[in-house]
Design a protein around this ligand. Sequence first.
Ligand SMILES: NC(=O)C1=CN([C@@H]2O[C@H](COP(=O)(O)OP(=O)(O)OC[C@H]3O[C@@H](n4cnc5c(N)ncnc54)[C@H](OP(=O)(O)O)[C@@H]3O)[C@@H](O)[C@H]2O)C=CC1
Ligand SMILES: Cc1cn([C@H]2C[C@H](O)[C@@H](COP(=O)(O)OP(=O)(O)O[C@H]3O[C@@H](C)C(=O)[C@@H](O)[C@H]3O)O2)c(=O)[nH]c1=O
Length: 283
Amino acid sequence: MSIIIFGGIGQLGQCINKVAKSQNIEGIIYLDEIEGNILDVELLENLFIKHKPSYVVNCAAYTAVDKAEDDVDLARKINKTGAANLADACVAHGSTLIHVSTDFVFEGNLPKALSEEDEATPIGMYGLTKLEGEQDIINKMSEFFILRTSWLYSEFANNFVKTMLRLGKERPELGIIVDQVGTPTYGVDLAACILHIITTQSKDYGLYNYSNEGAISWYDFAQAIFELGEVAVKVKPLKTSEYPTKAKRPAFSLMDKTKIKQVLGIEIPYWRDSLKVCMAALA
Ligand SMILES: NC(=O)C1=CN([C@@H]2O[C@H](COP(=O)(O)OP(=O)(O)OC[C@H]3O[C@@H](n4cnc5c(N)ncnc54)[C@H](OP(=O)(O)O)[C@@H]3O)[C@@H](O)[C@H]2O)C=CC1
Ligand SMILES: Cc1cn([C@H]2C[C@H](O)[C@@H](COP(=O)(O)OP(=O)(O)O[C@H]3O[C@@H](C)C(=O)[C@@H](O)[C@H]3O)O2)c(=O)[nH]c1=O
């Protein structure tokens, strides 16, 4: 069985590589943004002819949330058109698409865990273009899994955990937003979920939420990182209004994972347990 990972050297791509190696899963091709440019339709056609993938995993994305506000055209090309190109190629070649999306498709103004049925009304261009990508996939094909995840971190690439560890060592005090609540997701856990879908050859296609368990603020997350990493930095809780950013972010984007647990039989670790695993990998 051949599996292609687009965005294969990004954060999640590297997590999939780690888990696949530990599970001795073979036949996975990891492509970077040049050899697997999801905007190049002819390149995609040739890749699909050559590799005949049973599964295609789309980890490729424009993920710079603030920059996307000014760089909408490129964000839309990668997050919408790129996803649509992969959907077209998957339909033409009979491949199943596993696509990764985000909690930032939600406005985040409701004090409840958001299900797959809840309306998505993004408040930033990153979230909007990711939602457009989801919609194109849903309109073009039926054999897809879309996994919405949130606050992704790992020992690989750039993420909040690694930023905090760096800043915590450089500065005596940090101000961290306390009124944005959601759930961190350890990329290795999400990678295991993706590989579970592939190895079980599930046919329960559709849209699913996946994050770790629990609900915390960015402030809580930073405190836990510093505690587990034994970094002695003072952390000050800030309101969103005290930490202005170009893009608006959801205030409450906790996602309900009932569907993925019940339908796909996925077991989800608690966020702090997974953070400990990541911190050990970083040590
Ligand atoms: N990071 C997070 O906090 C979260 C991420 N997600 C989603 O999870 C998925 C994986 O994210 P993550 O691994 O963290 O993201 P990364 O930014 O680490 O990886 C994305 C990869 O896509 C590559 N890429 C960019 N443009 C193209 C292109 N045209 N063709 C092929 N590849 C391209 C990037 O290459 P290069 O760097 O060279 O541009 C990068 O390697 C994404 O869909 C993201 O939206 C969801 C929630 C949270
Ligand atoms: C660095 C820093 C960030 N923050 C805040 C800003 C923001 O609200 C929050 C997280 O900041 P970051 O810029 O690291 O993360 P951000 O890019 O907003 O993270 C998002 O990325 C995209 C790709 C997603 O899909 C989302 O699920 C989410 O993970 O922490 C502080 O309060 N203080 C700080 O010193």
